[in-house]
Design a protein around this ligand. Structure first.
Ligand code: 5GP
Ligand code: ZN
Length: 392
């Protein structure tokens, strides 16, 4: 590998996003490290034989755009609890090496029976939160149509995360030729020819809540807010940021979604923030709730004011974690204002365009946080945590 240093001033608030987002600039970038102490630039490891000047110019251009399109802001902490552990009870590497966790491909994990039991307990706790507030459960597909995600404005905002799905054209000769090609040999001989495939019309969902809004299309919601919940696998292509534990390609999310008036949705969100924080505290995890935003490949048309407002639209719950940033976002609390309400013509009881909000819990990440804080030996977790999880 070759190391290159790109001297460019990076505002503190953007260090993490730039360190992680840089991989989407070029496939020859293997590793990145920003200068955390002075924000004076970024060091990259690039593959031997790659054109360093080309990589540098593409990275520079991207960083300049990111800086130009974002506002530096101060994080605001809403609540903080617990104490930072002196040392963690288990490292991510030790957890990944355990017989309870198998990696079946990059960002694709299988959990053994003990971790599955904990994961199910976490889902039960989420169901408990939902039941207590009267959220109705829905069952939703893991695939979304391109048309739907375009309507949700997702495609231009987060193109780097997308995973498209397609199929063979209905053509016997084409399908038979592919079958013949795959009858023996290695997987890399099984690439379908692009012309054998239909245009991409579907993608793997990046979050659970996108499917909720079309379910209420054209409707006036009867309560304020109306609450629903759903869970399942979500997919985000994380490039070289993918890990075997806390940043997966295929991960599980539990979402509670509110539709109603602005006041109703905001009141509900405050309630969720405190209930989820309480829950994590009862599980023996320290954490904090802070403001956040979803900046990245935002188009040039995003205005400063939108960005500032966006700052109060997203809160995240972070738990201390032994990774480069020292923390892991395990849940988010989002207020979409009237965005989905107007896209899908949903009205609140008073006849106005409905506001929506969602609380998204990352199930794999809550599991990962429990493991690093309490260790791999589940019977030796704190009794109060086990009791809350219902695992004796
Ligand atoms: P958001 O929509 O706020 O980006 O994500 C909601 C939640 O999903 C996050 O708070 C996090 O817990 C979880 N999540 C997001 N990305 C990933 C990922 O790459 N891997 C895992 N395991 N969880 C994720
Ligand atoms: Zn959501």
């Amino acid at each position: 590998v070759t190391r290159i240093w790109i001297a460019i001033e990076i505002p503190p608030a953007l260090l993490r996003d730039i360190e992680q987002g840089v991989f989407y600039c070029s496939e020859s970038i293997l590793h990145s490290r920003v200068d955390r102490s002075r924000g004076a630039g970024i060091e990259l490891e690039i593959a031997d034989g790659a054109d360093g000047d080309a990589v540098e110019s593409s990275v520079r251009h991207w960083i300049e755009q990111v800086i130009a399109r974002s506002l530096t802001y101060e994080d605001r902490t809403l609540r903080e609890w617990g104490t930072m552990p002196g040392t963690f009870a288990a490292t991510p590497d030790a957890i990944a090496a355990s017989s309870e966790l198998r990696t079946l491909g990059e960002g694709l994990v299988a959990y053994g029976p003990r971790l599955t039991q904990v994961l199910r307990s976490i889902v039960r706790l989420c169901d408990g939160l939902s039941e207590a507030i009267g959220a109705q459960p829905l069952t939703l597909p893991a695939v979304a149509t391109l048309e739907h995600m375009q309507r949700c404005d997702y495609l231009h905002q987060f193109p780097q995360l997308l995973s498209f799905v397609t199929h063979f054209r209905e053509d016997y000769a084409v399908i038979d030729a592919f079958a013949a090609q795959c009858r023996r040999g290695q997987a890399d001989a099984c690439q379908p020819r692009p012309e054998a495939l239909r245009p991409f019309a579907r993608l793997l969902r990046p979050a659970v809540c996108y499917h909720v809004y079309p379910c209420f299309e054209g409707m006036t919601v009867a309560s304020d807010p109306l609450l629903v919940c759903a869970t399942g696998d979500c997919f985000r292509y994380e490039s070289r940021n993918t890990t075997e534990l806390d940043r997966l390609f295929d991960f599980r999310m539990y979402e509670i979604v509110a539709l109603g008036s602005t006041a109703g949705v905001l009141r509900w969100r405050d309630q969720m923030i405190s209930q989820v924080a309480d829950l994590l505290e009862q599980l023996g995890l320290p954490g904090r709730i802070k403001t956040s935003n979803d900046p990245f490949f935002v188009s040039g048309s995003v205005m400063k004011s939108t960005f500032q407002r966006a700052h109060d639209l997203k809160y995240e719950l972070e738990v201390p974690f032994p990774n480069a940033e020292g923390k892991l976002a395990v849940a988010s609390f989002n207020h979409h204002q009237g965005f989905f309400g107007s896209r899908f013509e949903i009205r609140s009881r008073d006849g106005a365009v409905a506001d929506t909000g969602c609380t998204a819990l990352g199930l794999d990440r809550i599991l990962a946080a429990l493991l690093v804080h309490h260790g791999l030996d589940i019977p030796r977790w704190p009794a109060s945590s086990r009791r809350r999880l219902g695992i004796g």
